[in-house]
Design a protein around this ligand. Structure first.
Ligand SMILES: Cc1ncc(COP(=O)(O)O)c(C=O)c1O
Length: 431
């Protein structure tokens, strides 16, 4: 093992034991190479003659640039064209950390790591998978999950997705299946990796406040009984909650200081939260009871080491644009407008299902209260056949997932919602 990785692991052994226990073999080996090029570049910074940087400069020291690009953006060229650090733009990291606290007031003063910038959430998830998942490790998660987890965790790392039914019985009024989660937690093996995604893709469900407490209790009791637990939260759709009584914080906040046997790892970012899908900016953040500041910094180094070794760094242009938006006085108001628009579509979907009792003959909605999506379960027949029929006869596109149809109402103007469900009903009846 590289001595730089060994140095990091020594810190974890003393000040972040749970993290060392949970790291994969690759996670133990990875480090951010502070002693190589990076260190030499830092030492050269500010020298009159600095021939250490892998970028090109104009004679006046500003980035050498093409005006056909520079003219498109009003930011300082130094915030656009140059490389961002592998850890991410420092001011953006600090701003995002402050925003995590603001959005999750129950964190209080709990120590959390400085977020490391990733190439949006998919990349953040794959950094987490690299750091923690060994070949054959199980990832415990509810059965309705974002299909890309298979590529990220199973195909890339050889981990096994171990699901439990998301809901108890009960149609639209079903509840989150705590006992399914508990049973998986109690299965043999000390190391447990959990993956939560609320608001959820594909169901559009977020746990209620009570369910959040039940989840915390179940995991706490497993930790108490000696399990070592990594709780990964994929908070892609954070903030898009439309009903009272639904849990509005990230579960990360609940696990950040709960038990010495629990490490929390949060993936979030601008993609959905800030309607900036193509910007590719996300963050990975760690916390856990008993982890010192130094131990958290080690995890930042390991994450940034993986960023360095996979994409080197994330778009500086995207990071600078987002930082400017976060500092803009109108940012919060604009986000609220967007959330309200999505909420109005959510309400239109709920009202439409309410209005048409007959739809229940063909399909029933799974519980939904948040996010971009909702799912209906077909009473009979094959979702893929219904999807094909919707395409060929009804000029309507949806996603088929086994016996579920996923509807992304987030992208529908309100005046198309009634027609969508009428078409779905008609297609189901024909088949
Ligand atoms: C649950 C979930 N996580 C992560 C992502 C990926 O986000 P990003 O585009 O930031 O990689 C998506 C995108 O569909 C998602 O639904």
């Amino acid at each position: 093992m590289n001595p730089q990785a060994e140095e990091l692991n020594v810190v974890l052994k003393a000040e972040g034991r749970v993290a060392l226990k949970l790291l994969s073999e690759r996670g133990k080996s990875i480090f951010f190479p502070r002693k190589g090029l990076v260190a030499q570049g830092l030492e050269a910074r500010g020298k009159a003659i600095n021939a250490s940087i892998g970028e090109a400069k104009e004679d006046n020291g500003s980035p050498l640039r093409l005006m056909s690009l520079a003219n498109l953006v009003e930011l300082d060229p130094a915030q656009i064209f140059t490389y961002a650090p592998s850890f991410g733009e420092p001011a953006l990291r600090d701003k995002w950390q402050a925003m995590i606290r603001e959005k999750n007031p129950s964190l209080g003063n709990t120590e959390i790591s400085r977020p490391v910038v990733t190439n949006a959430l998919t990349h953040g998830l794959s950094v987490a998978a690299y750091l923690f998942a060994n070949e054959g490790d199980e990832i415990i998660l509810p059965e309705h999950y974002w299909g890309n987890y298979r590529l990220v965790f199973s195909e890339a790392c050889g981990a096994v997705l171990k699901t439990f039914p998301t809901f108890t019985e009960g149609g639209r009024n079903a509840e989150f299946n705590i006992s399914g989660l508990s049973a998986q937690l109690k299965s043999p093996g000390e190391k447990k990796i959990l993956l939560f995604n609320f608001p959820n893709n594909p169901t559009g469900y977020t746990i209620t406040e009570q369910e959040a407490e039940n989840i915390v209790e179940a995991i706490h009791s497993a930790a108490q009984s000696g399990k070592t637990i990594l709780v990964i939260t994929d908070d892609a759709y954070f903030g898009l909650v439309y009903k009272n009584g639904v849990f509005t914080e990230s579960l990360f906040a609940r696990f950040a200081n709960l038990h010495e046997n629990i490490l929390a790892c949060k993936l979030d970012g601008a993609t959905k939260e800030d309607y900036a899908w193509g910007f590719r900016v996300g963050f990975i953040t760690f916390a856990g009871k008993g982890l010192s500041k130094k131990a958290l910094a080690v995890l930042e180094d390991k994450a940034a080491g993986r960023v360095r070794g996979s994409i080197s760094n994330t778009s500086h242009l995207s990071q600078s644009l987002l930082l400017a938006a976060y500092q803009d006085a109108s940012y919060k108001g604009e986000k609220e407008r967007a959330r309200k628009l999505l909420k109005s579509r959510f309400e239109a979907v709920a009202a439409e299902l309410e209005r048409h009792e007959e739809y229940k003959e063909e399909f029933e909605a799974l519980p939904f209260n948040s996010g971009y999506f909702m799912c209906v379960k077909l009473k009979k027949g094959d979702a893929e056949a219904v999807r094909q029929r919707l395409l060929s006869r009804y000029d309507t596109g949806v996603i088929a997932l086994g016996s579920l149809i996923r509807v992304a109402y987030s992208c529908l103007p309100q005046n198309q919602i009634a027609a969508l469900f009428a078409n779905l009903y008609a297609a189901c009846r024909e088949l």
